[in-house]
Design a protein around this ligand. Structure first.
Ligand code: NAD
Length: 291
């Protein structure tokens, strides 16, 4: 296939490189001028999109996605796939999908889980929203860039699944970290805490697969001085999207709201910016109970 990839950042570049490695003809564009291995550089987003069978976008937010979509949709051929893999607000995902479908394109919102490691290894999970025909067009590419793609429903369903998943992820990480900090203060050995919780009813992905305590459990960013991994800034972004969606859908999400408040304080007023989101553990370690 002829594929255009727009947004060659930490995620987009390795995803584009994997498509090129699999034998597709990939053209890429990024405003920062960055390049990806095996990918022909285009001078503009329109140039990358012109004549493509599928265009993939991997951009920072919904506002930028809307601006890029306005540029590329008129340049794309009827029946082409428009696969947005960025994490954006549900409203932007739906607006762009509508515009693309009106222009005779096959849009899919397909945010990912798996981070930069998953993008490099081609083991991402895609959560997709769109028509059956649009999903079918994108699926061979999901198979190259990832290990699993779930067709979640119509336009916006992929973003909805992603922010609900990450709301659980953020809340659970905070619960895991505050429990470790409490265990410390109760004199409980961290390894023993892990041995019990990871095989008891408190187990979770954050405890069992991404343990926030250094030297305990499987290797995780905690063992690498909390270098991300999954940055606290990105968790804050996703929690904000979850609360924006909860407000527009009139859903009561008190834990998600509190997680957003805590990650906001961590990233904006404390030392969380640029650190892995599991660095909540050293944050709690340093704190005392607020009365
Ligand atoms: P990034 O900032 O590394 O990459 C974004 C790229 O988009 C940058 O290179 C930037 O120059 C480019 N860009 C910005 N505006 C552009 C425009 N108008 N036209 C073309 N290129 C433009 O971010 P990332 O880590 O690659 O994340 C991309 C998306 O994936 C985000 O929505 C993020 O939330 C999501 N995501 C990231 C991770 C992760 O671990 N990094 C995990 C899951 C999802």
């Amino acid at each position: 296939m002829k594929i255009g990839v727009i947004g060659l950042g930490n995620m987009g570049a390795p995803m584009a490189a994997n498509l090129a490695k699999a034998g597709h003809e990939v053209t890429g564009f990024d405003t920062a001028g960055v390049r990806a291995q095996g990918v022909t550089a285009a001078a503009s987003a329109q140039e990358a999109a012109t004549g493509a069978d599928v265009v993939i976008t991997m951009l920072p937010n919904g506002q930028i996605l809307r601006a890029v979509a306005a540029q590329i949709i008129p340049a794309m051929s009827q029946g082409a796939g428009f696969v947005d893999c960025s994490t954006v607000d549900v409203d932007s995902a739906r607006a762009v999908a509508r515009q693309a479908a009106d222009a005779g394109l096959l849009p899919v919102d397909a945010p990912v889980s798996g981070g930069v490691g998953g993008a490099l290894a081609g083991t991402l999970t895609f959560m997709a929203g769109g028509s059956d025909a649009a999903f079918a067009k994108a699926q061979p590419l999901f198979d190259i860039m990832g290990q699993k793609a779930v067709h979640c429903g119509d336009a916006g369903a992929g973003q909805a699944a992603k922010i609900c998943n990450n709301m659980i992820f953020g809340v659970t990480m905070i619960a895991t970290c505050e429990a470790f900090a409490l265990a410390d203060k109760l004199g409980l050995d961290r390894q023993k805490m892990f041995d019990v919780v990871s095989t008891s009813s408190g187990y979770s992905w954050t405890m069992n697969a991404y343990c926030p305590a250094p030297g305990v459990g499987p290797t995780s960013p905690a063992d690498n001085d909390y270098i991300p991994g999954f940055a606290a800034d990105l968790m804050l972004k996703d929690l904000r999207l979850s609360q924006q969606a909860a407000a527009s859908a009139d859903a009561d999400t008190p834990m998600g709201q509190l997680a957003e408040t805590l990650y906001e304080a961590f990233v904006e007023n404390e030392d969380g910016a640029g650190r892995d989101f599991s660095a909540m553990l050293p944050r709690f370690e340093k704190r005392r109970r607020e009365t």
